[in-house]
Ligand binder design. Structure first.
Ligand SMILES: [Zn+2]
Length: 90
């Protein structure tokens, strides 16, 4: 079963959801979390015009560049939220 996942910025009222998805399955979460962990690097890359072959990575990078200092969270199309860090590292 596919599950579209998106980034959402909670610094704004109402919160801003990404227009484009950051993944299509829950197994994309580890990749997305790794990208969030390197959010500054992705934002910097976008600022000099970089793009990424993986469309989900590219969508993520674009959103991170637009919200460089905002609190963000991961949501899915069913209204669920997911931690931005791996739960098994606590
Ligand atoms: Zn924001």
């Amino acid at each position: 079963m596919s599950t579209y996942i998106y980034l959402e910025c909670t610094a704004h009222e109402p919160a801003i959801q990404a227009d484009e998805e950051s993944g299509q399955h829950l197994y994309d979460l580890p990749r997305l979390r790794d990208e969030i962990a390197h959010r500054n690097e992705y934002a910097n890359a976008m600022s000099i015009g970089a793009s990424f072959d993986d469309r989900y990575t590219n969508n993520t990078a674009r959103f991170l560049a637009a919200h460089p200092h905002c609190p963000i969270r991961i949501i899915d199309e069913y209204g669920g939220t997911h931690p931005i860090k791996d739960e098994d590292t606590k």
